[in-house]
Every structure is written in C-alpha cells, then in structure tokens.
Unconditional design. Structure first.
Length: 67
C-alpha cells in the first residue's frame, strides 16, 4: 500500500468511525498486508470492534488501494 492509498483509507475511516488514529493505522497496515482481510490473530487485538465495523474497514482499505 502506497502513502496516498494509506492517506485515503485513514481519511475515510476517520469520517465514518471514532477509532484512535494509532488503532486505525494498525488496522490499515494489517489489512493491506493480508490480502485485504484482518487475520484471526489480529481480530483478537481488535475484538472490541464489531464485525460489521471490521468488514467496512476492510472494504475501505481495499477501495483506497485500487485508486
């Protein structure tokens, strides 16, 4: 994921969700590095986020990377 894609993803996540930037950044990096899915091991770290939120963030990261 290049810097422009990361910036787009972070901006969109910030508009939709109230997630600390450090957590959002980690999610973006981990999702981009794992074929746009958060791994089961990483889901444990973010278990406070509902599945629908994680699914939407995966979608945002995927879309930001395609532009």
């Amino acid at each position: 994921m290049d810097e422009a894609s990361w910036t787009r993803a972070m901006r969109l996540i910030g508009l939709e969700f109230d997630i600390p930037q450090m957590d959002a950044s980690a999610l973006v990096r981990k999702i981009a590095a794992n074929d746009f899915k958060l791994s089961a091991a990483d889901r444990e770290r973010f278990k406070t986020l509902p599945d629908r939120v994680i699914a939407r963030i995966e979608e945002i990261v995927r879309e930001a990377s395609q532009r």
